[in-house]
Design a protein around this ligand. Structure first.
Ligand SMILES: NC(=O)c1ccc[n+]([C@@H]2O[C@H](COP(=O)([O-])OP(=O)(O)OC[C@H]3O[C@@H](n4cnc5c(N)ncnc54)[C@H](OP(=O)(O)O)[C@@H]3O)[C@@H](O)[C@H]2O)c1
Length: 324
């Protein structure tokens, strides 16, 4: 495993990490979580991603129970949560980054994990109705109180992130140090264009998500939605539009042919492609089965196969893709 600094912080994250969205509680119970996390840890993964909203808090419970069973040294791994959507219907408790919500949500998350602190906490989306200054102060306090060690953003615009950093600098507060954006062969804009100044000027770290575009980049949706896939799960109907986007599927088919030609699976090629970007601190992988874990953890070995020639052929295939 390779370890990369999380932006300009002193902490190092494994280049591949493992997250629990959709899978934990819904598809993966405690025993399977223990098994998957063991495969990841044995491969050198030191970062496990989670969020309050995943399975309405149950994903944190599953991960917390799994960590207890695994008994790993707390210093040897990093855990995250993300706050924004909330678990309750109260007027101040959902779709918000207000101070009261953030503090109560953080306490709830630690209780579900049964941990003293999380290593990373993210504001899961921007909240245009709360002053960024209020959010920055609350996140600073969470760090001062030892409930989290580093804080960051997820899917914020570059302008919102710069604003948060500048407020923190002005008041000598803990600044946000990492962003969690989507980044994969079909979704490149933010990482490669919008955030360029964030990397150059602030050394912002990134924990990128959905390296396989939620499964589309495995090729499993090339001929429809398999019954045992994420695309067939109830409650995720909104993802189906993406899984049946014919233009994207044409690209996936061409990428699959290229992967065959260089002798690797499309999944590994897609994950390795994310690893090539030096502004990626860690690629958060997802898996609903242990076979997938084993395969994805081998993506590091494929990076060297992505020569400049292969990378430009990938760009050629994608260049006609409108949503790129
Ligand atoms: N901050 C955010 O807003 C945000 C949003 C999304 C995700 N995330 C984080 O990023 C993590 C990863 O995102 P993701 O789960 O969307 O990642 P992904 O790698 O794009 O998709 C993972 C899914 O693809 C399928 N898959 C994975 N490896 C496979 C393989 N080798 N062969 C065949 N199928 C494979 C599995 O679904 P099937 O069940 O269909 O097999 C798996 O659950 C999440 O767990 C979460 O921690 C964060």
């Amino acid at each position: 495993m390779e370890y990369r600094h999380l932006g300009r912080t002193g902490i190092q994250v494994s280049a591949l990490s493992y997250g629990s969205w959709v899978t934990f509680h819904t598809q993966v119970g405690i025993d399977a979580a223990v098994e998957s996390m063991t495969i990841a840890y044995d491969a050198g993964v030191n970062f496990f991603d989670n969020a309050e909203a995943y399975a309405d808090g149950k994903s944190e419970e599953v991960m917390g129970t799994a960590l207890k069973k695994l008994g790993w040294r707390r210093g040897s791994y990093l855990v995250s949560t993300k706050l924004f959507w909330g678990l309750n219907e109260g007027v101040n408790e959902k779709n918000t980054l207000n101070r009261k919500y953030l503090i109560e949500a953080m306490n709830g998350s630690l209780k579900r994990f049964d941990l003293d602190y999380v290593d990373l906490v993210f504001c899961h989306r921007p909240d245009p109705t709360t002053p960024i200054e209020e959010t920055v102060w609350a996140m600073h306090n969470l760090i001062e109180w030892g409930k989290a060690l580093y804080w960051g953003t997820s899917e914020w615009s570059a302008a919102e992130i710069v604003s948060a950093i500048e407020i923190a600098e002005r008041h000598h507060l803990h600044k946000p140090v990492m962003e969690q954006p989507q980044y994969n062969l079909l979704s490149r804009e933010r990482m490669e264009k919008e955030y360029t100044r964030l990397f150059a000027d602030y050394g912002y770290g990134t924990t990128t998500f959905s390296p396989l575009a939620a499964g589309l980049l495995t090729g499993k949706y090339n001929n429809g939605i398999p019954a045992d896939s994420r695309g067939a799960l109830q409650g995720l109907e909104w993802l189906r539009e993406r899984f049946t986007d014919q233009e994207a599927i044409e690209k996936v088919k061409l990428l699959g042919k290229l992967a065959d030609e260089i002798g690797v699976s499309l999944s590994k090629m897609a994950i390795a492609w994310c690893l090539k970007n030096p502004n990626v601190s860690t690629v958060i992988t997802g898996a609903s089965r242990v076979e997938q874990m084993h395969e994805n953890m081998k993506a590091m070995d494929v990076v060297e196969k992505l020569t400049p020639d292969v990378m430009s052929r990938i760009d050629e295939i994608l260049s006609t893709y409108k949503k790129n």
